[in-house]
Design a protein around this ligand. Structure first.
Ligand SMILES: CC(C)(COP(=O)(O)OP(=O)(O)OC[C@H]1O[C@@H](n2cnc3c(N)ncnc32)[C@H](O)[C@@H]1OP(=O)(O)O)[C@@H](O)C(=O)NCCC(=O)NCCS
Length: 179
């Protein structure tokens, strides 16, 4: 199946808006940052979130964060957030990466594929070890993390923390190796 990860751009079409509406406000600790009623309001929110990626206009205490959409056969099926580094708060809950698959596309391997793509992006950003967190009873998310090589480091107050070691290979070094 053809899958592709695309960074948020301005503007986005209605298909992304519809996916965001289907996801709702969020669940299991995932906050749907794009959830807003009305396509015109959604369009106004997009540049704000895009600018967070460059560290512009961040809410107090927040770090730069980039949003990526997962497309399968041309249809958006979910999205994820990549935080560029950790804060003390993110070390406790949140970690480097948050993700969500739209309810009508769950159980088809997209969550696993989305996290794999986000880990590649994290590696490109220079993150060597990614922290993933989730509720103990979120079995879907735990499997997604384990499918991507996560091993649980801590179970604290019904909250799991996983670390995933990322390849320490910059794209330039990678290209050199293929010569
Ligand atoms: C968690 C979530 C991303 C999983 O997405 P998905 O596309 O269904 O995941 P996959 O299809 O890749 O499934 C991965 C594995 O989890 C299992 N799984 C998925 N949902 C499950 C559930 N509700 N209960 C138990 N196992 C589940 C699948 O069977 C699969 O197992 P396998 O690898 O052993 O075959 C999705 O349910 C979701 O968006 N949930 C709401 C937001 C959320 O919880 N985000 C994570 C916050 S930490």
């Amino acid at each position: 199946m053809a899958m592709e990860l695309r960074e948020l751009t301005v503007p986005e079409g209605r298909e992304i808006y519809e996916m965001v509406r289907e996801i709702g406000s969020g669940e299991n600790g995932f906050v749907n940052s794009l959830y807003i009623a009305g396509y015109s309001k959604f369009l106004k929110l997009l540049p704000v979130l895009r600018d967070y990626s460059a560290g512009t206009g961040l809410p107090p205490g927040h770090v730069p964060q980039t949003l990526y959409f997962l497309y399968a056969e041309g249809r958006p099926v979910g999205y994820g957030k990549l935080r560029h580094w950790l804060t003390d708060s993110l070390r406790v809950t949140g970690g480097h990466i948050g993700y969500c698959i739209r309810p009508t596309a769950r159980g088809m391997g997209y969550g696993t594929a989305l996290l794999a793509g986000l880990l590649d992006k994290a590696s490109e950003l220079g993150i060597r070890r990614a922290l993933l967190t989730c509720n103990e009873d979120n079995m879907g998310s735990r499997r997604v993390i384990e499918n991507n090589g996560g091993s649980m480091a801590e179970l604290d107050n019904r909250y799991c923390r996983y670390w995933i070691d990322l390849l320490d290979v910059s794209p330039a070094e990678d290209r050199d190796k293929s010569k």
